[in-house]
Design a protein around this ligand. Structure first.
Ligand SMILES: O=C(O)CCC(=O)C(=O)O
Ligand SMILES: [Fe+2]
Length: 360
């Protein structure tokens, strides 16, 4: 039988580098309500906010692994498209966040063209038909079923995690599930990522729970209470789950979101382009990011920081775009008419959402 994963086709993860001692939690065991697995999971969420979720032995988990492999093969083809084609679907003219994005690197290819680290954020609401669909490359539309299955399955696994968290936090039944309903508008999205061999840094963004598939090393987490960075070794058949800042806010700091970053893979892997596949789950757009009431959270100290609470949607745009170059209205995000970045945007495709183009 063909192996489910493709890690063995790539150079091996470097030996002799310091790796993060992430706990491995079995999805199959969580699904069956295994107490020991559930306790280990909750401990990992409190202590590190990072763990491996072993997908093998779970019907759902193995579907996710197989779809992640298919999406990885897909993204390698996707990023081969010429820059100017991908730019049509880029930010800022398409969307400030759910679009093709890139950073120019200090490297030129054989034709003297500056090489990019690239990503593409595809929102769950587009995939699920919950909003008017943003223009996107035909290749993505042709793989609609795969993207939809991936979203549905990742969400099912995340719902299982939320259920266990809800129980451990002693919250009223369904509290966390009700903040993350798949068919309500939210910032959930699939992110395709590709970095050529080079120096690459990914800033941390805001979320509830992230399901991450890696094929090469390069992901690092910071050891709590130190300044030391350690590598996360990709494990075939497991994804890396990490809790986001929204869970920290909801639980008044009871759960942990750990700082992480991406650096170029080392050793034999250093000469490879690095792809990763991330599913970001976020609270529904309308959810206000503040501490929840009930259970263990009520025993957490109260901290007044004077910040006005934001909704999940406001938060995404503020964080995801760096500096918010527009305003939020009832209609959603609107650009400031004189935003400099609109000047150089490629011609708008028909069918794209209307943005206010700069006339200056
Ligand atoms: O590429 C990775 O391994 C991690 C990506 C990540 O953390 C992110 O996109 O936020
Ligand atoms: Fe991240």
């Amino acid at each position: 039988m063909a192996p489910l994963t493709s890690h063995h086709l790539l150079p091996p993860f470097a030996e002799g580098i310091k790796t993060a001692p992430l706990v491995s939690v079995s999805l199959a065991k969580l699904e069956s309500g295994d107490k020991e697995a559930s306790d280990a999971f909750f401990r990992a969420c409190r202590e590190l906010g990072f763990f491996y979720l072993d997908m093998l032995g779970s019907e759902l988990g193995e579907k996710i692994v197989s779809e992640a492999e298919q999406l990885n093969a897909f993204q390698k083809e996707f990023f081969k498209m010429p820059y100017e084609v991908k730019d049509k679907y880029g930010r800022p003219h398409l969307d400030p966040f759910y679009a093709y994005r890139y950073n120019d690197l200090d490297v030129k290819d054989e034709n003297g063209v500056t090489v990019r680290a690239e990503s593409y954020n595809l929102r769950k609401d587009d995939i699920r038909g919950l909003c008017e669909r943003l223009a996107c490359p035909p290749m993505i539309l042709e793989n609609q079923e795969l993207f939809n299955n991936y979203v549905v399955h990742c969400r099912a696994a995340i719902d299982c995690l939320l259920e266990h968290l809800n129980t451990h936090l002693e919250l009223p039944a369904g509290t966390l599930a009700n903040l993350h309903r798949i068919n309500e508008r939210s910032g959930d999205h699939v992110r395709l990522v590709q970095a050529p061999p080079s120096t690459f840094n990914e800033a941390r963004a805001q979320r509830s729970i992230t399901v991450l598939f890696n094929w090469l090393g390069g992901l690092q987490i910071r050891v709590p209470d130190t300044i030391e960075w350690v590598y996360v070794r990709p494990i075939p058949g497991s994804c890396v789950v990490n809790l986001g800042d929204a869970m920290v806010k909801f639980t008044a700091g009871l759960l942990r979101s750990n700082i992480h970053r991406v650096v170029p893979p080392v050793g034999e892997q250093a000469s490879e382009a690095r792809n990763s596949l991330v599913f970001f789950s976020r609270p529904e757009d309308a959810v206000v990011l503040k501490r929840l009431k009930g259970g263990l959270i009520d025993a957490q100290p109260v901290e007044e920081n004077g910040e006005a609470p934001m909704t999940a949607h406001e938060w995404i745009m503020a964080k995801g775009t760096g500096q918010l170059p527009g305003v939020y209205t009832k209609k959603g995000f609107e650009w400031r008419e004189n935003d400099e970045r609109l000047k150089n945007a490629p011609a708008l495709l028909t069918g794209m959402p209307k943005v206010v183009a700069s006339s200056a």
